[in-house]
Design a protein around this ligand. Structure first.
Ligand SMILES: Cc1cc2nc3c(=O)[nH]c(=O)nc-3n(C[C@H](O)[C@H](O)[C@H](O)COP(=O)(O)O)c2cc1C
Length: 398
């Protein structure tokens, strides 16, 4: 299920809120994602962002209130409603939110929304008191009950000078929400996915550690694909930067930290993906002070084995839970992976050849083989971008 994002038709409604200043950046991202975009501005939105800026970035005219009744034989709100794959209103003012909730279609944007049967996503952005106002909250409830996606604003500094709940997500986050709505399958809605990702750092003193080149990309790709398909996602991440929008992220450093967090969160999960590159060994002793180089020509480290987190999870696995491990191997890849699959009591293992020039650590691409504990299930091999492989793996698991 690859390339589903390309060419999708996004209708963007912009209303009169200060967060409209972020929308030109969103239009650039939509174009970069090879999607098509049409933009409708309310009259009040034009106080906050110019149609000229938006039209230049979109590469064509944008729809203004004056087009509603001045466009000759074409009926713009019907045409636009039929064109869109998805409608996103960002920022959505308290005023427009109320109008949509009550079917009031006195302008081009609300008429288009009323005439459309496509998925609608609302990004409310306003002062905290406006957001918490009973009328606004009741309007949000009405929309949610109708299946409209209302993306709660986050806490932070607001343009009105106070700090509170009311901030619109950033443009890249808005695009992710739009993609989540556009995703062709939502077969993971209500499913809870726990993923470990990235390396561990095993410190020998306050400034030195043993680690590996894992970047967490494969785990992050599995997480993003599950989230786009509707899942709730928690990531237990070693010390790397992970694109985390929409996930609960638990940061850990060492294998022991990771084991503790996996055990604490195991019960919660329907699917557990062990994509982290956990250090097999840690220094036997930790020096509280930096080990000095003066007076030593060499340094001998004694290492002891870390616990096997996947095997621990295999012992604690609950009924109906699906446990999936990754096996990063440099030789006898599928043979070693199969041995781990049965020894650790996993349901699946994803054998990952880390020796290829386009697979394994730090690459954007990978080559993996999905092996089931059920011998009747065929092995499947996937290669390509990690984000596409992640979709392929979930396709196979669903
Ligand atoms: C400087 C300024 C900033 C505003 N910011 C917001 C805002 O962030 N959110 C909001 O709901 N309304 C905001 N408003 C009020 C809306 O512009 C007003 O309710 C307007 O009627 C919205 O019209 P529209 O929904 O048709 O775009 C602001 C008004 C002004 C003057």
């Amino acid at each position: 299920m690859n390339n589903w994002q390309t060419g999708r038709r996004i209708l963007l409604g912009i209303t009169g809120g200060i967060a409209a200043y972020k929308i030109p950046a969103l239009v650039r991202l939509i174009k970069k994602a090879d999607c098509e975009v049409e933009i409708i501005l309310t009259q009040n939105a034009e106080n906050f962002v110019t149609h000229m800026t938006l039209a230049t970035l979109a590469g064509h005219k944008v729809w203004r209130e004056s087009d509603f009744i001045d466009s000759g034989y074409e009926i713009p709100h019907i045409k636009l409603a039929g064109w869109a794959d998805v409608i996103a209103v960002a920022p959505c003012s308290a005023n427009t939110l109320a109008k949509i909730a009550h079917g009031i279609c006195g302008n081009l944007l609300t008429s288009t929304i009323t005439a459309s049967s496509r998925e609608l996503i609302i990004f409310p952005a306003m002062n905290e008191n406006m957001f918490n106002n009973k009328a606004t909250q009741e309007n949000i409830k009405i929309l949610q009950e109708r299946g409209v996606r209302v993306i709660n604003p986050s806490e932070g500094d607001l343009a009105c000078g106070v700090s509170g709940k009311g901030r619109m997500p950033e443009p890249d986050e808005i695009l992710l929400e739009i993609m989540r709505a556009l995703c062709p399958v939502h077969d993971m809605s209500g499913k809870r996915v726990l993923i470990t990702a990235g390396p561990t750092h095993e410190y020998l003193d306050p400034v030195r550690f043993i680690s590996n080149p894992s970047t967490g990309k494969m785990g992050a790709a599995m997480a993003r694909a599950a989230w786009l398909r509707g899942a709730d996602v928690k990531i237990i991440a070693g010390p790397v930067n992970i694109d985390s929008y929409g996930f609960e992220v638990i940061h850990v450093v060492s294998a022991l930290d990771m084991l503790r967090e996996v055990k604490a969160n195991l019960e919660w999960a329907d699917y557990v993906i062990k994509a982290a590159a956990v250090g097999d060994y840690r220094p036997k002793e930790y020096n509280a002070n930096k080990i000095k180089r003066e007076g030593r020509d060499s340094l001998t480290l004694e290492l002891i084995q870390n616990p096997d987190i996947a095997a621990e999870a295999g012992k604690l696995k609950h009924e109906g839970q699906v446990l999936i491990g990754f096996a990063a191997e440099s030789e006898h890849v599928t043979e070693y992976a199969r041995e781990k699959l049965s020894r650790k009591r996993l349901d699946y293992i994803i054998a990952n050849d880390i020796t290829g020039s386009d697979s394994g650590f730090a690459h954007d691409t990978n080559r993996v083989t999905l092996i089931s504990a059920d011998v009747n299930e065929p092995e499947r091999t996937f290669s390509g971008l990690k984000q596409d492989i992640a979709f392929d793996i979930w396709d196979a698991l669903m």
